[in-house]
Design a protein around this ligand. Structure first.
Ligand code: NAD
Length: 256
């Protein structure tokens, strides 16, 4: 494994844990997978796309990872993925609900099918993964769930009415789950980034790359690595008394 991250020694803080990270074939999820693996976690990447390149990167660095090709909108596929991970790694301690879609469309053009597609992945899939992975966490009396939301719940970007609604639902789910799962030793939190440079956002409206950083206190475009420290902290023992929170890791755009 690499012995340094951002030029500092690797801590090994997630040694002995298994992390399931959804949508980690690319973008923010990929950075999460590399970070947790570098800190000692075994990582299962759940993605409908081919995640073998990320898994290979982790293997090449001496880490442990598997790719489980899964359509997260299909509860049977998520249940099958849980079984495969249990066979491979003996269960999951950490669940990172990262996969999401964020089509940019004025409300007038959004069909009900498009509205449902956003909710089917950004909200319903969280229900499927939490149902699948929390029984094992309960048995072990320890678990960490992190849901990806967005600072677009708290700011005005045109064309995100369905997306902002789905990410508010993720925050509500985070708070409700934190309440229901605390007795089982499971914490549940959410991370809200700003506009982050990924292949998907690079293909979107170019003006947002200029406009959004200007609203932040730190006026540069966010990159996936800006988020990995917060994830690593939230899924560690250091964050054992933090639950039900939404952490805005967004360069200070939302100042609360
Ligand atoms: N990039 C940003 O600017 C930004 C800002 C705020 C919040 N977020 C949130 O962060 C998360 C990650 O964003 P990103 O930009 O890295 O995304 P991305 O588009 O780069 O990657 C998303 C991944 O999810 C996978 N995926 C999509 N549908 C799936 C399905 N049905 N089943 C399994 N996998 C599926 C894709 O194959 C892809 O690998 C999302 O929840 C997004 O809403 C992103």
């Amino acid at each position: 494994m690499p012995d340094r991250i951002n030029d500092r020694p690797v801590t090994g803080r997630h040694e002995g844990r298994t992390a399931v990270i959804t949508g980690a074939a690319a973008g923010i999820g990929r950075a999460y997978a590399l970070r947790l693996a570098a800190e000692g976690a075994a990582v299962a990447v759940l993605d409908r796309a081919d995640a073998t390149p990320v898994v290979k990167e982790i293997h090449d660095a001496g880490g442990r990872a598997i790719a489980v090709r899964t359509d997260l909108t299909d509860p049977a596929a998520v249940a099958a993925a849980q079984e495969e991970i249990a066979e491979h790694f003996g269960g999951a301690d950490i669940l990172v609900n990262n996969a999401g879609i964020y089509p940019n469309q004025p409300f007038e053009t959004i069909t009900f099918e498009q509205w449902r597609a956003v909710f089917t992945l950004n909200v319903d899939a969280l229900f499927h993964t939490v149902k699948a992975f929390t029984p094992g966490m309960r048995e072990r009396g320890w678990g960490r769930i992190v849901n990806m939301t967005s600072n677009s719940v708290a700011m005005v970007i045109p064309g995100f009415s369905h997306y902002a609604a789905s990410k508010m639902a993720a925050i509500g789910f985070t708070r409700g789950l934190a309440t229901d799962l605390a007795d089982a030793g499971i914490t549940v939190n959410a991370i809200a980034p700003s506009m982050v440079r990924t292949a998907t956002t690079e293909a979107g409206p170019a003006d947002l790359f200029e406009a959004v950083p200007q609203m932040q206190a730190i006026r540069r475009l966010q990159v996936p690595e800006d988020l990995t420290g917060m994830l690593s902290f939230l899924v560690s023992d250091d964050a054992a008394f933090i639950t039900g929170q939404t952490l805005f890791v967004d360069g200070g755009l939302v100042r609360s």
